[in-house]
Design a protein. Structure first.
Length: 376
């Protein structure tokens, strides 16, 4: 092995300082006293839930949100005092776990409010509930504003629960056409403003990362930012244009450098054949690590500060790159598959575009067999 001998076959490095700075930047842009809620579901969009939650709160987030009861329970052990909202649907058993975690709970129908109320006595505390209004997303929540008004008032009147919030979620905040976004905003306002007048302590919240960056119209009392706190652009473009810094990079190394003669093929299915003599590098990272098979013959990696193209079909544990015929790059050289090396960078937005997906599917997809290393 050369002097480049790596410590790990693959490593995802997460810059917690970037998450802190992103949260501070987002917080500074909020209207009035609006709070920043950091969304840390799905293992912090692949970055690490607890570590990123702590960094987000150091950066100015005052609340956290997750999708599942288990996430809330795991997070509570690291952050015993932080307000944690569970946004997703819960079974009866999951509701018990959420309440054990002293989590705030999303409510979208009368029957579920009654179930929470009945369980509250067993746990000896008044759980805070956030009523969800379906203004156009088409998932949880009722579409009828009269039903939502009644649900809000019932939650406020129930002495076994505490009315914490009224919220909605936007379907098209990341799209250029704002027409449907504005329709949803108007529907929410028509219910939210009177609800706030009836129940002064209620927290109104609607904005995801994209809506937050669109401006104060969407901020209300709190915004829920996920993708932006990790330095990913919610519009799938350039995160730096919004003052955001990517927090994750994915690293590997060249486990082999070998000659490929004209006509030699590489990988399953022989999807790439050398047109002329060249050198091929083997990187022990594949779709088992979350580097998607769909990137086969379609993505670059960084080696020695320069882009080299991936060639051949990506397998579960390996991918191959064309280093070029005159390359002097040695076996063991470090490789960056996501992130910066030298003066170049491969952003999650770039990989997402090549796959026809969104940037945070890239980071969420980095599998748990890739260790995370944290720095500030």
């Amino acid at each position: 092995m050369s002097a480049h001998e790596p410590f790990q076959r693959a490593m995802a490095v997460v810059d917690l300082g970037a998450i802190e700075r992103n949260c501070s930047h987002l917080k500074l842009g909020l209207q009035g006293n609006a709070e920043l809620c950091a969304v840390v579901k799905s293992n912090g969009y692949g970055h690490g839930m607890a570590e990123c939650a702590e960094a987000a709160m150091r950066g100015g987030a005052s609340r956290l949100a997750v999708a599942t009861a288990t996430e809330a329970f795991e997070l509570r052990s690291r952050l015993p005092e932080a307000p944690i909202l569970v946004m997703g649907a819960l079974t009866g058993a999951e509701l018990d776990v959420a309440m054990q975690a002293r989590a705030e709970i999303a409510v979208w129908r009368m029957g579920f409010l009654a179930e929470i109320s009945e369980r509250a006595a067993m746990f000896g505390f008044r759980p805070r509930v956030h009523v969800k209004y379906d203004t156009g997303m088409g998932r949880l929540g009722d579409r009828d504003p009269r039903v939502i008004e009644a649900l809000v008032d019932d939650a406020a009147a129930d002495e076994r629960v505490e009315l914490g919030g009224l919220w909605t979620h936007f379907a098209t905040a990341d799209e250029d056409d704002e027409s449907f976004l504005r329709e949803q905003l108007q529907r929410f306002r028509e219910v939210a403003v009177p609800a706030k007048e009836r129940h002064r302590g209620i927290t109104l919240h609607a904005a995801n990362s994209a809506a937050t960056l669109r401006g104060a119209d969407f901020h209300f009392d709190m915004v829920r930012c996920g993708v932006a706190i990790y330095g990913l652009d919610p519009f799938g473009e350039d995160a730096s244009s919004h003052g955001l810094q990517p927090a994750m990079s994915l690293h590997g190394y060249l486990a082999e450098v070998k000659a490929a003669l004209a006509g030699d093929s590489v990988g399953y299915g022989r999807t790439w054949t050398a047109e002329s003599d060249t050198l091929v590098g083997v990187i022990p990272v594949g779709y088992g690590d979350g580097y998607r098979r769909g990137l086969s013959n379609r993505a670059d990696v960084l080696v020695d500060g320069h882009r080299v193209p991936g060639v051949g079909t990506i397998s579960m544990d390996n991918l191959t790159v064309d280093l070029g015929p005159g390359s002097e790059i040695e076996m063991g050289a470090p490789v960056v598959l996501l992130g910066a090396q030298g003066e170049d960078e491969i952003a999650a937005e770039e990989l997402a575009e090549r796959l026809g997906t969104i940037n945070y599917e890239i980071t969420c997809g980095i599998s748990l067999r890739v260790p995370r290393a944290y720095r500030r």
